[in-house]
Design a binder for this molecule. Structure first.
Ligand SMILES: [Mn+2]
Length: 458
């Protein structure tokens, strides 16, 4: 069966359902997937309820209602079909919309997943979008939310833009009028909300000597290029609102600076996705900042707030989401400060630290990622924390940068292998990955990861 047949089959299953329970994941992709499929199901006139889980494991299976509704698993399920089977779910009461590698299973659960068809850069929000569009072509207004999910799940990162079926979603959004595609934009986070010099100094893909991790350096750079940092009324300008010739002046100077340092310029530009129906300088204005807002909601256990924002709420719920985002950033800044003050232990191929139970496991990876630029950025960082709800387990997060990934580092591979060897489990991306391990193996685990990194670089 081809991918489009799977999509058609899923739409048919939903149309025939008496009622639906959506079970989804709390990250940006999971939240946007849930918003898309719940909206489409509601519009099809089928009663639907939603349930969010941090991950699908034996403990969280109780979130799956014990009724005769159709259970639609989004952004999870493919890799946990044994749990569905153990629960005694029959094939006719399950539909999986996922993009993770499927686990072999004796029960033939219905599934839509791009991976077996070679579409490895289509996240669950993309899969949910195609099913929604199949249910009703008018659902193209959800393309925007699908782009947020795909970008949030790093589907555009390596390829500097969405590709394959995900690029078709972008075309739908452009045709609908809610999405503006910028084909060759600055490859930088925060282009709609951050002052330009802050935006430039936070960027490490590519690393620009004298600007990356150097706010003053970035300010001097803008002065040199002759681009005013502030508006006439004294407000800091953001990248998105700069004039075309100012953007050109900046990127040309960045190209020169990179070339002068013998660095490649291929990662300086990327495709970006702007949402023209959102307020200027709002975190909803572009796909990657919108995804951060969803992640903030999910990581602080408020996925429903993020979902309502995806569905168009711009009132009280949106203000709560903004609060979540600001709170998220404050705590991450604290965590960053903690990491820098405590310091890391350096091994030959990585640097690591343990933050105990000071910070929730949902944000330690983000803090580690931010700290990396201020530490030895050539070595991946590994951060550990204890889990208050299960002291026998340790959560491990790792972060690196494009520079290392291009040299062969794959954090997902090292964490999957090493955690597997010690009875844990892990996953993620080459640039960012996480795992759970038994607490008593922390030390040997770290040296094993160091060894695996050494092998990858040899
Ligand atoms: Mn996902």
């Amino acid at each position: 069966m081809g991918f489009s047949e799977e999509v058609r089959g899923a739409a048919e299953t939903i149309r025939c359902a008496e009622s639906v329970s959506v079970i989804s994941h709390i990250d940006a992709d999971g939240i946007s997937s849930e918003a898309i499929i719940r909206t489409a199901i509601t519009r099809a006139g089928v009663p639907v309820t939603s349930h969010f889980v941090r991950q699908l494991e034996p403990l969280t299976m109780k979130a799956v209602p014990e009724d005769d509704s159709l259970k639609v698993f989004v952004d999870l399920g493919a890799g946990q079909q044994n749990l569905l089977e153990e629960r005694g779910l029959k094939p006719e009461e399950v539909l999986i919309l996922d993009h993770h590698v499927a686990q072999p299973c004796d029960v033939p659960y219905q599934q839509v997943n791009g991976v077996p068809h070679g579409f490895t850069r289509l996240s669950a929000a993309g899969v949910a979008y195609f099913v929604a569009r199949e249910l009703d072509p008018a659902n193209v207004d959800l393309a925007k939310v699908a782009i947020v999910g795909n970008v949030g799940d790093m589907m555009a990162r390596e390829t500097l833009g969405l590709v394959g079926p995900a690029a078709e979603i972008v075309q739908d959004g452009v045709a609908h009028g809610s999405v503006r595609l910028v084909k060759k934009d600055l490859n930088c986070y925060g282009t709609s909300t951050r002052p330009v010099h802050v935006c430039l100094s936070y960027n490490d893909d590519p690393r620009i000597p004298g600007i990356t991790n150097d706010v003053r350096g970035a300010e001097r750079f803008l002065q040199r290029v002759g681009v005013p940092q502030k508006t006439r009324d004294g407000r800091h300008r953001v990248w998105e609102e700069l004039e075309q010739d100012e953007k050109k002046a900046i990127t040309s100077a960045l190209v020169q600076q990179l070339l002068a340092n013998g660095e490649g310029v291929d990662r300086l530009f990327a495709e970006t996705y702007l949402f023209v129906d959102e307020c200027e300088r709002s975190p909803l204005r572009n796909a990657s900042e919108f995804a951060t807002l969803l992640n903030a909601c999910g990581r602080w256990a408020k996925p429903r707030i993020g979902s309502s924002v995806c569905c168009g709420d711009r009132g009280r719920v949106y203000r709560e989401a903004e609060y979540m985002l600001n709170n998220h950033r404050t705590i991450i800044r604290e965590l960053l400060q903690f990491i820098l003050e405590t310091g890391v232990t350096e091994l030959s191929h990585l640097q690591y630290l343990h933050v105990g139970d000071r910070y929730p496991d949902t944000i330690i990876g983000i803090g580690a990622g931010m700290a990396l630029g201020k530490l030895n950025w050539r070595k991946p960082i590994l951060i550990m924390c204890t889990l208050p709800e299960d002291p026998s387990l340790t959560k491990v997060s790792m972060r690196t940068n494009e520079w290392s990934v291009r040299r062969g580092v794959d954090l997902q591979a090292v964490l999957t292998i090493a955690s597997g060897e010690y009875g844990g489990g892990g996953g993620g991306h080459p640039i960012a990955a996480g795992a759970f391990i038994p607490r008593e193996v922390e030390e040997v685990f770290v040296s094993r990861v160091n060894e695996l990194l050494r092998d990858q670089l040899s």
